[in-house]
Write a protein that binds this ligand. Structure first.
Ligand code: C5P
Length: 232
């Protein structure tokens, strides 16, 4: 039988929780089932960046999902500040100028920069309502090209675009996919979704799972179910 208690570094648990104390307790609860964590906008104003540093010092993989989007100089300086925290991944919006500025700010640091292509909560109709004429797939592929040109390390996309992206990028280009749900699981506000295994086999290098783990009655068991799905 496969040992499902061993963490898979490709699984990032999103710590979208109301306080650092709760996030720290969740990391404790998930124990050996999860070794990679995503810290996003909910924890950022509460000391999320420093908490990321704490997790990195404890040997965890840390993804700072701060989705930077500003003028070049500010993105460059913000990325430089963040690069000192010891995290592995940082997101910026996938606009050419923003991605290039982040690449400059990162410099020689090991921090990898990901461009957020199209949020997984947006479908074609939602994009049209914002004013984009592109389908989500076309917009994602255009932004992937721009990410490659900008010299960043990867993109965030929905699992549904992972295969098309994988066909267009070098093997070491990261494709990180939220919008991951177990079959029959609660979808929430996510619209472009797939199962953990399908996301990875179709070309994702990493997956992000939030509420299916953190809102579960037993988060540890929920993480094991995700690992089982990946390995099944
Ligand atoms: O709870 P759930 O599994 O839907 O969490 C997904 C996580 O991934 C959230 O933290 C969300 O901010 C993030 N995310 C996303 N879609 C993107 C980029 C990030 O859902 N395109």
């Amino acid at each position: 039988m496969t040992d499902t208690t061993l963490a898979d570094p490709r699984l990032y648990a999103a710590l979208d929780l109301p306080s650092i104390e709760e996030a720290r307790a969740m990391v404790e609860t998930l124990g050996d089932a999860v070794m990679s964590y995503k810290i996003g906008l909910q924890l950022l104003p509460l000391g999320g960046a420093q908490f990321g540093q704490e997790l990195a010092n404890a040997g965890k993989n840390v993804f700072l999902d701060f989705k930077l989007h500003d003028i070049d100089a500010t993105v460059e300086k913000a990325t430089r500040s963040i690069a000192g925290l010891g995290a592995d991944l940082l997101t910026v919006h996938a606009r050419p100028d923003v991605m290039k500025a982040a690449a400059r700010g990162r410099g020689e640091n090991d921090l990898k920069i990901l461009g957020v292509t199209v949020l997984t909560s947006l479908d074609h109709e939602a994009l049209r309502a914002i004013g984009y004429q592109h389908s989500p797939e076309d917009l994602v592929m255009r932004r992937v090209e721009q990410a490659l040109e900008a010299g960043i390390d990867g993109v965030v996309s929905s699992p549904l675009e992972a295969a098309a992206i994988r066909g267009q990028v070098p093997d070491d280009f990261l494709v990180v996919t939220p919008g991951v749900r177990l079959p029959g699981g609660d979808v929430g506000d996510q619209k472009r979704i797939a199962s953990p295994k399908d996301a990875l086999t179709s070309g994702a290098s990493h997956i992000v799972v939030g509420r299916p783990i953190t809102s579960a009655p037993n988060p540890y068991a929920a993480a094991l179910s995700i690992l089982e799905n990946i390995r099944g």
